[in-house]
Design a binder for this molecule. Sequence first.
Ligand code: ZN
Length: 644
Amino acid sequence: MTGAKTPDATASMPVSGVLPAPNADRSAADLLVRNAKVFTGDAGRPEARAVAIRDGRVVALGDDHDLARFVGPATRIVDALGRRVVPGLNDSHLHVIRGGLNYVLELRWDGVRSLRHALAMLRDQADRTPKGQWIRVVGGWTAEQFAERRMPTVAELNAAAPDTPVFVLHLYQSALMNRAAVRAAGYTRETPDPRGGQIVRGRDGEPTGVLLAAPSALILYSTLAKAPALDAADKRTSTRHFLRELNRFGLTSAVDAAGGFQNFPDNYATVMDLARSGELSLRIAYHLFPQTAGQEIADLKRWTEMAEPGDGDEWLRLNGAGENLTWAAADFENFSEPRPELAEGYEGEFEQAVRLLMEKGWGFRLHATYDETIRRDLAVFEKLAAEGLFPGGNRWLFDHAETVSADSLDRIAALGGALSVQNRMSFQGKAFLDRYGAEATAHAPPVRAMLDRGLTVAAGTDATRVSSYNPWVSLHWLVTGRTVGGTMLHPAANLLSRETALGLYTRGGAQLTGEQDVKGILREGCYGDLAILSDDYFTVPPSAIPDIESVLTIVGGRIVYASAEYEGLDEALPPVSPPWAPVARFGGYQARGQLPGDQRPDGAEQALRVAEAVAESEQHRQWRVARGAGPDTPPPLLDPCFAH
Ligand SMILES: [Zn+2]
């Protein structure tokens, strides 16, 4: 990931049968990808073998022979070796700005397949972490992904890290802190519970280390905010590494959904600085989110006087307000708790905010998990529609919408709205299923019904604090209806074809930012944003979709990520700083079989790990049974060889 690159040695891939065409200078491409199975996303020409890019834009698509005329002496040629190429992915709801500011300091359990491995990472990191610093595991995982199918215990955190504060965030539901973190956060028997949250206490009245969102996650984030942050220089490096990590999965664009503790303009300074110096490797459209209750309207007013949606350039642009407009209108997606009832009368202030935005030509996005919230919001929009403010030509959308009803979808369509869905159910689907049952889960969210109405739908993750940012985990959920632990949530009637799902992850995001004519498909004149995939998304078994990565990601004709045969072709990044940061050791998403230092285990070692995980899960089962928590029947032996 780091170190000096020698551009000359890596300027072109070995290629046969293509020689620079004479007098090709003016029509020569900067970069040509050939020998590829290109899925263009363009109905007019769905497939191609080669793509030529000049000045950041696609100049031609065709077969290898057609495009030979675009090869000049300086053209960089990439042989895709027959691999699948797709338009660059676009996560339409990613907390990318905030994620980048913290990325290198987080120990990411994304993709880790056993708790044993997760705890080993924690132990290792505790040994590397200097005094005064914390270890934070901030989302992207759930117990269901572990072979042991359980969360860690506080005792295990204490054993792994006796002296280093450890904060482990689990979805929007809870956080676990070891003894050192409880001390560092200053929580004692005297500390009152914050509103909507609970500091769990033992029989002695002391905090146990468990924090519960009940149902507000504010307690979790405000505790996390007590940990030291990076300085400005390290935030910059951290953001660059996070963007590269996103490029690793073929992402070339994201729509930032803003969020709590993300102040404008302070917390946007890093991406603004990177945009200025041309070092963004991901295109970002951002939203503005009023942070202070009671001051929302004043903030929105000030912002709408300063700027207009669409301001900026192709790398960094403003896309409107949200995902919160006023605090009182926000619901919480903690599916292990009952749905929260929003305050009576939030509509007054909310109407003021929406009216202001619509009058000023500002679009917005609105966080809304439940149909109960959406119906109340729609009533406000319909009132404004009677005055001619909806549909107003401004782009607006609901985010999440897990329980949106058919009737509400019709009303959204009539008001000119769109939707953005995320795979929070990959991580929280089990909790949803347990609380609301199979029938409600089948269409949570009703993606098919949205599309059937012709609504604009974009896909994404809502990473990094609940879901992982890995888009292939999200695409897997859209295509199979399964959680990361394999629980089936949705019937065939609510699943998407791979092509449709990919469309939501490419064109969908571009539609939300009004860039559908230049982004999300590969066509002459569109941005040169694409990914060469490790495996063919269209033909791998469904269960293998989450393991797909990009081997080469191109944004605006720049190679921003390269691995496998292309290792070393990408732009150099400064090393992770500080050097003890978890990402310096572990990277981000843990691919199948990935281990610290990238040593892949041999077969025997791998088998041993699985056996250990199984033994641990059996131990845990016995432990639960001994405490009266579960049935005492061991799982039946189904192997017919043992049946007689
Ligand atoms: Zn949200």
